[in-house]
Design a protein around this ligand. Sequence first.
Ligand SMILES: [Fe+2]
Length: 186
Amino acid sequence: VEHVWDFRALAEQLLAAPLPTRWAHTQGVGREAERIAFIVGDDADLLIQAAWLHDIGYAPDLNKAGFHPLDGARYLRDEVRADALLCRLVAHHSFALNEARRRGLAEQLAEEFPPVQGLLLDALTCCDMTTSPTGEPVTVEARLDEIASRYGEGDIVAESIAESREAILASVQAVQSTIADTPSSD
Ligand SMILES: [Fe+2]
């Protein structure tokens, strides 16, 4: 399983039937990654693959630690034998470490999957954070507000996203300014 299209099929196989809404979101994130992948140059395929795979840890068959970035990355590492950087991107998308800390999983996450930084991770986080739960493009502010209200005050996800808010906004800003500065090749 190496090509972009195979990863898309894998995500569909894992998510479409048990979690159709999550699959709709994933398709939106994947399409957005395809749209902006030119900004990461040679890492374009990696970004697109990570986008299609970022939420597979929600699949019932994969949900073992109860934390989808870790479950998804472990599956990719152990079952798919995916590229290490692809696993790390999935493990750390959208500042997962902040939620991992609240769940007592930060050390496991960071030891198994060394944190990634830079435009590639920013781009993945941006695609996730500008796509609604049903796969529509949304502003990052609307997305952050939606997560806060969906999970509710005091919830681990809501608190983690609140902690990550400024970093998420900075990721989206970095991506948008790179898009503005990058001549698109066609
Ligand atoms: Fe997502």
